[in-house]
Design a protein around this ligand. Structure first.
Ligand code: CA
Ligand code: CA
Length: 181
């Protein structure tokens, strides 16, 4: 079964108020994003969006950058920020509960450059920091595992049947195959 990711989180360290940006013609198609929540923390502005269909990590990032105002997919540099973000998306509208009952949450600005050591090497945030430089991660149990080829992009993943403030690596498509045992 193909499992989608519907939501994404963006952050601006500029704190600028911007209007929703139009997608470029090449990206538009039928894809639309709905602003579902916005909040501020630590001098940054955050927004949570829900797409009308499955989105890839790069579609989520392209939309974030098109907003202008310094927005990008959110980086998460410490536990306080991670907890604040999670508290603002701890709602079923941002999660897909169908991965064996384990909720799949929004894309975040976490990625692994091609050629990195697997599964845990060289993970970076879009703000230029890294998991190593922040000395902070919140990987879910057993993650990152590079379980499917090309798992180099981060999103929130729950624990068992519950939403959680923890991360997983997935392919850029956000697709994977779940085969019940
Ligand atoms: Ca990987
Ligand atoms: Ca994984």
């Amino acid at each position: 079964m193909r499992r989608p990711i519907w939501a994404s989180l963006v952050k601006s360290t500029l704190g600028a108020a911007v209007a929703l940006g139009a997608l470029t013609a090449g990206q538009a198609q039928a894809l639309t994003f709905t602003l579902a929540n916005s909040f501020s923390f630590g001098g940054s502005s955050y927004r949570a969006y829900i797409a009308n269909e499955r989105i890839t990590w790069n579609q989520a990032r392209s939309y974030a950058l098109a907003l202008g105002g310094g927005y990008d997919l959110t980086s998460i540099n410490n536990a306080a920020e991670n907890n604040e973000i999670f508290n603002n998306i701890d709602n079923s509208q941002y999660w897909d509960d169908n991965f064996g009952g384990t909720p799949l949450g929004p894309w975040i600005g976490l990625f692994q450059p091609p050629g990195s050591s697997e599964p845990g090497g060289e993970w970076e945030w879009v703000d230029g920091t890294t998991i190593a430089s922040n000395n902070y991660d919140a990987w879910a149990i057993g993650e990152p595992n590079n379980s499917f080829e090309g798992e180099g992009f981060g999103h929130f993943l729950g624990l068992n049947q519950d939403r959680a403030a923890t991360w997983n690596d997935l392919p850029e498509s956000g697709d994977f195959i779940f085969v019940p045992s």
